[in-house]
Design a protein around this ligand. Structure first.
Ligand code: SF4
Length: 711
């Protein structure tokens, strides 16, 4: 296939029969890539879309790239998307997603594959050895039980020349045991890119993720458990090809514009937010740094460098939550800042090695500590546990806790299906009413952005499948609250801030700054529904299918430009400029959002087949019953709101709960705008047909789950 940007084929693996076949990418081209293609493949290949646990043998897991992977598109070239039915959600584990960075997607494209579809269950543990077109199922019994880093190192050795014997080059031809019969296809200097599970995945626990290199992980979704249930330990890939782009000149020009005009750096910092400051997040999270000797590290092709490599040899590549989950506890026992940082970064390495999704600890570990302090959890107590609870904050406790939850030992036995499930098993449902357990939506924890304050995050999560984890707008909260917290000057006043955003909110909310007004009087409005729609549709295509990184895109406002306009949708370096330069398409920014709407509708159809009805779309009880009074990051939650005179001001959104009745009305508005039936939340035929998705309407009708047409 000669479609620019694509490798041309998708690898289909049937683990039960050990068959590796190729699907032409052309067949799925209309879905763009990444999530869109993965959802369409799932739709076609999953034989039972009513399954509600990703460990079911019918589950199909897709690891997908985009046309931009393997190219120089900034903050997009190295991301990868994983989809399938997840594990550990409540009450149903939905068809869901996760993503990770690094170099796996690039290597896969260079090997000639746009994605991997994983079906069936291997009889015994296997790992997959991909070298360009050649795909071999290999025995993983020697790797089973090993952590993610050891597994990768052993695969590097098996694929390459054993260390110390010749050079570090990988032999492309060594695909069978009989080296003499192997055709010599040359040598390659890069290590294979490996995606693997650790003990958490092998034991099929809800916290299990997929890990690549030191610290790139597909966290939420429980995809490590999905692989464990399929006896799939790892996929290794070596690729020596390249990706053809349609207009190299335009691509290079747009990248240079990005670098010169829009990108912040240590020399040219952008005050907005730590997630967009290249190498700057670490000093904020870990004050002071462990050493001056460290350097930024990026996913392939990215110019942001949001990760770090340290000369001390630990904490490498971990970012965000992995480096933060244990910090508050470590601070309690550390004698000084350096010791705190050391414990903190070593705790990051522990979760990476076990293949454990540290995000459950953001609010989950507070809950476990609460149970211990209340006297119900611990040695000889109602919830028995032999973990060294008195040592919380030490490295020993962190290791023992992650080990227990990864191996289904101690309290890990009760928690393997999810945290809300454990609360129910322990008779602790009341903790979901008080907020002691802040798992707000579908059994997933809050992400630090409370649904009672940050509406697009909360509403988007509950209308979707998991914590939305899309930072399109929440840079407003982090940057403004940080400015208040550290008494820094506010450089962009509230009205200017909302106007800068509203300029880019085409097609639903362009020029409508009121969509960002989260005040009490506007929080259940049609305007906020339009904002949630925009975010979900934008992300389904531009972030999760084209794979522009969430930590960098969209770029609404940018303090490096004289007019503060960010790169998003811009004619010089907007998302569509890169897409078109690579693919040769003539896609507009809005076309991408429309494609995202189509993908979002396909996802919703799968959720409906799994059993979704609007009656089950609600937050955990505490969101309605308990006021938001304690933030994860700051003692206030600053957001632009209009006052009674209609003037914009940064306002503290703490101190309120959601009104359940009004939120139900908001859901009705949202369903109406989406063209879904207002009573059921099921898609209507007329909506689907307008998007050329008659095949979805037919399937829903056959399952008696098509939304009725309404006036
Ligand atoms: S911003 Fe960070 S996570 Fe995103 S692509 Fe760049 S280096 Fe990777």
């Amino acid at each position: 296939m000669s479609i620019c940007g694509y490798a041309g084929k998708i690898l289909r693996l049937d683990l039960a029969t050990k068959a590796a076949t190729a699907i032409p990418t052309e067949k799925y081209r209309r879905w763009g890539g990444g999530h869109g293609m993965g959802a369409a493949l799932f739709w076609d290949l999953c034989k039972d879309k009513t399954i509600t646990d990703g460990r079911h043998q019918a589950n199909v897991c897709c690891v997908m790239t985009s046309p931009l992977n393997g190219t120089i598109v900034p903050s997009a070239g190295g991301r990868c998307e994983v989809v399938g039915v997840g594990v550990g959600m409540y009450p149903i584990s939905w068809f869901t997603r996760s993503g990770f960075g690094g170099r796996f997607s690039t290597m896969l494209k260079h090997a000639g594959w746009d994605g991997i579809v994983i079906e069936g269950k291997a009889e015994k543990p296997v790992w997959i050895d991909i070298r360009n077109d050649r795909v071999i199922f290999r025995d993983a019994s020697g790797l089973w039980g090993k952590d993610t880093w050891t597994t990768q190192k052993e695969i590097w050795q098996m694929v390459g020349v054993p260390r110390g014997t010749k050079t570090a080059w990988q032999e492309l031809a060594r695909l069978d045991k009989d080296k003499k019969s192997a055709k010599d296809e040359g040598r390659f200097t890069q290590k294979p890119a490996v995606l693997t599970i650790g003990p958490a995945g092998e034991n099929q626990t809800a916290h299990a993720c997929l890990i690549h290199d030191a610290g790139n992980g597909a966290g939420q979704g429980g995809f490590g458990a999905v692989w464990g249930s399929k006896n799939l330990k790892a996929i290794s890939v070596l690729g020596t090809g390249s990706i053809r782009v349609a207009d190299a000149k335009s691509l290079i020009r747009a990248r240079m514009v990005t670098k010169e005009k829009y990108v912040a750096s240590s020399e040219r910092p952008d005050f907005r937010a730590w997630t967009r400051l290249g190498t700057l997040p670490k000093p904020i999270i870990q004050v002071p740094p462990p050493t001056k000797d460290r350097r930024p590290q990026s996913c392939q092709g990215c110019i942001n460098g949001c990760r770090t490599r340290y000369n001390v040899g630990y904490g490498n590549e971990s970012a965000c939550q992995e480096t933060a989950w244990y910090g508050p506890y470590a601070r309690k026992v550390a004698k000084n800042a350096a010791e705190n940082t050391e414990i903190n970064l070593k705790a990051a390495d522990i979760v990476q090695q076990y293949g454990f999704n540290s995000f459950v600890f953001q609010t989950g570990l507070h809950w476990l500590e609460h149970l211990y302090e209340e006297g119900v959890l611990g040695p000889g107590r109602k919830i028995p546990s032999e973990l060294p609870w008195k040592e919380i904050g030490t490295l020993n406790f962190a290791e023992k806790l992650v080990h227990a939850l990864s191996t289904k030992t101690d309290i890990g036995k009760d928690m393997a299906d999810g945290w809300v499930q454990a609360a129910i098993r322990w008779g602790r449902e009341k903790d979901l009413e008080t907020g002691a357990l802040q798992f707000s939506y579908w059994g997933w924890p809050e992400h630090g952005y409370d649904p009672r304050a940050e509406l697009e995050w909360g509403y988007g999560s509950i209308m979707g499948d998991r914590d939305t984890n899309t930072h399109c707008f929440n840079q407003i909260f982090t940057s403004v609250s940080a400015a208040f917290a550290f008494a820094m000057p506010i450089r962009i006043e509230a009205e200017e801030m909302v106007n800068l955003h509203a300029r880019k909110l085409s097609p639903y909310a362009k020029g409508r700054p009121e969509v960002l007004d989260f005040s009490d009087g506007n929080m259940y409005s049609e305007a906020v529904a339009q904002l949630v729609r925009w975010q979900q549709h934008y992300c389904r295509f531009w972030k999760q299918s084209a794979l522009f990184c969430d930590l960098k895109w969209p770029d609404f406002y940018n303090t490096n430009t004289p007019d503060l306009q960010g790169a998003t949708a811009s004619p010089d370096a907007g998302e569509q400029v890169f897409w078109n330069a690579v693919t040769g398409d003539k896609l507009s920014f809005e076309d991408g959002i429309e494609l995202g709407r189509r993908i979002w509708n396909l996802d919703n159809a799968i959720w409906v087949l799994q059993g979704r009805h609007r009656d089950m779309v609600h937050f955990a009880p505490y969101v309605y019953q308990t006021k938001f009074e304690k933030g994860e990051l700051f003692p206030f939650y600053m957001w632009p709101c209009r006052d009674e005179k209609g003037e914009w001001k940064y306002t503290d959104l703490m101190g309120r709960a959601l009104d359940k009745g009004k939120f139900e009305e908001w859901k009705t508005t949202f369903y109406r705008l989406e063209g879904w039936n207002r009573k059921t939340g099921w898609p209507k035929r007329s909506t689907l047909e307008k998007m050329d998705m008659t095949f979805v309407a037919d399937a829903l009708q056959a399952a008696k789950r098509l939304g009725e047409e309404e006036a």
